[in-house]
Write a new protein. Structure first.
Lengths: 379, 259
């Protein structure tokens, strides 16, 4: 067993940490307050080849591994969870899907600009009445000559209002249930495709979460990903990878809040001493420390499995389930440690607490992760 | 255009420990970074690479672990790296160091040699200028702006209370200050490439230099005693209106006879 990082991984962590500290942290509060999507950060990440870390150089990527990408999401999320999810949705759900399931022509046309960061990606599966029950898709795709014609809508789509390339799922044959679902590459600007309502959210407020609307939207036949009817499997496998990204985001949020708490406990004085000197608070710190460390091991293990070509579906579910609960627990307790100041926007911890909650919900709720884990245990 | 950048790996801390016997720095256990001014020198070289397709070589004299600083420079975009390392270099002062670096530079093609103004561990600002002297090169120190036209460089050199504009022809040695630019981060893609590249490792036999001029023996500087600065007392924090604060500060300065 070897817990050491490669020299490349250590450099990437150092690089992303410096980037996050100088480029992301200074605007985190402002973009949360104003719900402004940080396009300038995306452009900077592209410049430093952060938008395609785990993809081969031939496909426009940095030629790195999955663990390095996961560490990048973690480091960004320590200071801004919005930036973390922009990178995660783009890399895991859109570019990652095309890398795993796209054909040569699709990789050439769509993956390369995504991995280079010239285009931003999104993934559309969820519908108003198909959340956890993802098989209940009502968006339809009808083959007409050289085109599929899509009708329906998607909701809660991360990067929805700002992405250039979308992978969207629709029913090609309703009678076949999950075997009738197919995935399609959609470009921004396709006739009949429009962006609907933008959500006003509790946390990750600068992330663009929108509705996607398809009204007789014509999609070239060659934009079908994989085979007709194989979309459900593609979506589920893609979400397995995405969950490691969200687990890393949750881990980063927890670590960011914890670091703020350590600083505060060493500074804040009550009863004539630093509040870190009180054992009641020390015990909270110790408990949070262990939880974060445990979450970290689950997250890295899942990413490591993916890099080694080992199964990672259950590992990803465990990592996301636990890390998201830890993020919620840590941020809630850190706000408590800050007392009244923690409840104000003078400190970043209230934002971290608001940001943490979504990690228990998106890319599979905690309950879905338990279904995956128990389903595997009892199969 | 060929550019050589001299960098130094330095301890990343203000609390440098000093060996009480030799009076030299203890590097073990202290995180190491590329010296900040050297990073500005490297950034300027990389900007010239971006603009004119220059070839950038980074060199350093140091222990084997200085390889990390070179890998970092490659990860920022430098093309190649040379580590000049030998036990015989141990205890070198600025003169012995600059002789080694000059001898190494002579083996490489160059139009411009960049160095940082000074290192945060030694603070001498001597190595850059000494290299220029050994190589009989024109030199401009405290460089805060560089423009190039063919072989001619127009350089703004910072002075304490202003600046001067100097025109100089290559080959030339320039020492960079932090006002020159903002260094870029490492690039994720270059990080992977950096670890695929071979770093040239040269010892004292690989460069043309008299052995007696190396290391402690070749160093006329003898450090008699090194000590850390006494820590200043905690400052006084006052909380009052700007006007009151100004009056308070002036009163304090008068009290201490500064004004």
């Amino acid at each position: 067993m070897d817990f050491t990082f490669t020299r490349e991984q250590e450099f990437i962590r150092q690089m992303v940490r410096e980037f996050a500290e100088n480029e992301v942290k200074p605007i985190a509060a402002e973009i949360d307050e104003t719900e402004r999507f940080p396009m300038e950060t995306v452009e900077k990440m592209a410049k430093y080849n952060m938008m395609g870390i785990p993809f081969p150089v031939q496909y426009g990527g940095a030629g790195g591994d999955n663990l390095s990408y996961i560490m990048a999401v973690e480091e960004l999320s320590k200071v801004c969870a919005t930036t973390g999810v922009i990178l995660s949705a783009h890399t895991s759900l859109c570019a990652g899907l095309l890398h795993q399931f796209g054909n040569a022509a699709q990789k050439e046309k769509y993956l390369i600009p995504l991995a280079k960061g010239e285009k931003l990606g999104a993934f559309g599966l969820t519908e108003p009445n198909a959340g956890t029950d993802a098989a209940g898709q009502t968006t339809t795709a009808r083959l007409e000559g050289d085109y599929y014609v899509l009708n329906g809508s998607k909701i809660f789509i991360t990067n929805g209002g700002v992405a250039d390339t979308f992978v969207v799922f629709a029913m090609t044959d309703k009678s076949k249930g999950t075997r009738g679902i197919s995935g399609f590459i959609i470009e921004k600007g396709y006739p009949g495709f429009s962006i609907g309502k933008k959500e006003n959210k509790l946390g990750i407020r600068a992330s663009s979460t929108t509705e996607l609307i398809f009204e007789d939207c014509k999609v070239p036949k060659e934009n079908l990903v994989g085979q007709d009817g194989k979309g459900f499997g593609i979506a589920m496998k893609t979400l397995d990878g995405g969950r490691i990204g969200i687990a890393a985001q949750a881990l980063g949020i927890a670590e960011g809040a914890y670091e703020e708490a350590i600083k505060y406990l060493k500074e804040r004085k009550q009863f004539g001493k630093n509040i870190g000197a009180f054992q009641g608070l020390q015990w909270i710190i110790a408990e949070l420390d262990v939880k974060i460390e445990a979450a970290k091991h689950l997250v890295y293990k899942a990413a490591w499995n993916k890099d080694k070509g080992l199964p990672y579906s259950v590992e990803a579910a465990r990592a996301k389930l636990y890390a998201s609960e830890v993020a919620m627990d840590v941020t809630t307790k850190v706000v408590q440690l800050f007392g009244g100041y923690g409840y104000t926007k003078d400190y970043p911890v209230e934002r971290m607490m608001r940001d943490a909650k979504i990690t228990e919900i998106y890319e599979g709720t905690s309950q879905v992760q338990k279904m995956v884990i128990a389903g595997n245990a009892l199969k | 255009m060929n550019i050589i950048v001299c960098i130094k790996q330095v301890p990343d801390t203000n609390e440098v420990k000093i060996d009480p016997v030799t009076g030299t720095l203890i590097r073990e256990g202290v995180p190491s970074i590329i010296n900040p001014d050297d990073k500005n020198a490297l950034e300027e070289a990389l900007l010239l690479k971006d603009k004119y397709d220059a070839h950038v070589t980074v060199i350093t004299m140091g222990p084997p672990q200085a390889e990390k600083a070179l890998r970092e420079a490659l990860s920022m975009g430098a093309d190649e790296a040379v580590l000049i390392t030998d036990r015989a270099f141990g205890g070198a002062d600025t003169l012995a160091t600059s002789r080694v670096l000059a001898a190494a530079i002579q083996k490489l093609p160059y139009d411009i040699v960049f160095a940082g103004r000074q290192a945060i561990d030694g603070d001498t600002a001597q190595v850059g200028p000494e290299i220029a002297e050994h190589l009989s090169l024109s030199q401009v120190t405290y460089v805060e702006k560089v423009e190039i036209e063919g072989r001619e460089l127009t350089i703004r050199r910072a002075l304490e209370d202003g600046y001067e504009v100097i025109k100089v022809k290559t080959p030339v040695l320039l020492t960079a200050i932090k006002e020159l630019n903002v260094p870029r981060y490492m690039n994720v893609k270059y990080i992977y490439e950096a670890f695929q590249k071979e770093i040239k490792i040269w010892n004292s036999d690989d460069i043309d230099i008299e052995k007696s001029l190396l290391g402690l023996g070749g160093s006329p500087t003898k450090v008699r005693k090194s000590m850390t600065k006494d820590v200043k007392g905690k400052g006084e924090l006052i909380n009052m209106s700007p006007k009151e604060a100004a009056e308070y500060a002036v009163a304090k300065l008068k009290e201490k006879h500064f004004v």
